[in-house]
Design a protein around this ligand. Sequence first.
Ligand code: ASP
Ligand code: MG
Length: 440
Amino acid sequence: MKVLKFGGTSLGSSSRMKALIPLITSEKQIIVVLSAMSGTTDTLVEIINLLNQNRKMEAKKKICELEDHYKHTAEELFDSQVYIDTGIKLIEDHFQDILGFTQEVLTKLQEKAILAQGELITSVLFHQMLKEQGINSGLLSALSFMRIDKEGEPDNFYIKENLNRELIKHKKNQVIITQGYICRNAYGAVDNLKRGGSDYSASLIGAAIHSEEIQIWTDINGFQNNDPRYVTETRILRELSFNEAAELAYFGAKILHPNSIQPCKESNIPVRLKNFMNPDDPGTIITNQITLNGIKAVAAKDRITAIKIISARMLLAYGFLRKIFEVFEIYRTPIDMIATSEVTVSLTIDNTEHLEEIKKELEKFGIVEIVYDNSIICIVGDFIAEKNGVAVKILEAIREIPLRMISYGGSSHNISVLVKSDYKIKALNLLNKELFEITK
Ligand code: ASP
Ligand code: MG
C-alpha cells in the first residue's frame, strides 16, 4: 500500500482539492496524509499570538475570517446542498472549539489543540468531498495512532501497533485519509510534529506499515540541483540516495522535511517527490541506491551563527571537545559544522534560543567570539567514487568568495563552506556555473 502526502498548496482551494481525485483513485488502496489548507497553520499561530497578548477582539476577528474562508471553500467544494450543509456544520463545530479557547489564558496544551484544527478541518472536508463523489473512503484520525514520547520523538512501537490495528477497520476503503502533523504526546494530549511535520507523519506511517512507496506531493517537480529563487538555470534531480536527500533537505531545500528521511531509510522505503500541477512528471525518487556519482546539488542554509572558542588550555589536552559538546547537549542545540585547530574550535549553530547561556558556559574555557548572519553552502553528491579533485573543483569555483569555514571529509555526501550571508547568492551562482554547466 502506498502513502501519498498532500501539502497545503495542493489543498489550497476547492478546485485544487477536486483535482487530487484522479491522483488518489488510480491506486488499489492507499493512505492519504493531508496537511491543512495553505495558510491555515500560519493563521492559527497568529491567533494564538494575539490571544497570548490578550488582544481578544483581533483574535476573534481572525478566527471568524478563517471560518468564513473554510465555509466559502465548502460551498464550492460540494455539489449538493445536503453536503454543503453537512460541511458547514462540521466547520462550525471546529470553530466553536477554537472560540472556546478565547475565554482564558492559553496553556501550551491548548495552543497545540488550536494548531491541530487546520489538519482536522481540512481532512474532514476532503473526506466529505470523496464521499459525495462516490469514492470508497474512510477517515482515520491520526490522534488514534500517532504519538510522541517524553523526549518529543516518535513512539514507533506505539505508532505501529495502533496504526495497524486501526487499519483493520478500514480494510474495505480504497482511500484511507488521515492527518499529517498532529499527534498525541506521551500523556495522551494533542500535540504536533512541529511546523512542516506532515512529511514526517507520512514517512512514519509508511515505515509502520512497510509501505511500498511514500509520495510527497508539492508544487514543484522534485529536488532541484540549486535554489531556483537565486539561480536561474536549475534542473530536477531524478534520483537521489537517502543520504544525499537528507543533506539537501537539512541544508536548505524546502521541498521535504529533513526528519522524514530517517524512517524511510531505516525501512528502505522509496520516497517519490511529485508535482500535483504536473502529475505526469516522474518527479524525484529517493532510494538507498546510488546510480550516479559526483556532485549533484547545491543548497544554502541561512541564519547560521558561528561560535569560536579560543583557549590555550586546549593545547595538548584531551577531553576538551567533550566539555564543549556537553554545553551544547545541555542546551539541546545541534551543531552543524565544526573545525578545529590546536587552540581553537569553530562551530556553527542554527538554533540560537540558548546562545546567551551557551556563551556564558563556553567562556569558562576561553575567549568566545560570535559571528552572526552566515550561510552554509552545502554541496551534495556521492563523492566516494570521485576521490580526486572534488574539493578543488568546488573551491576553484568560489575562489572570489571569502570562506569562513570549510567542512570536508565528514561525510562522503556533503562538502560545506561557511560564508557571510551577503555572499550566498554569488556563491550559489558561481557553483552552478562551474559544477553543472558541463553536464547540462
Ligand atoms: N500544517 C502544518 C504546517 O503548516 C504541517 C504541514 O503543513 O506539514 O506547519
Ligand atoms: Mg511542507
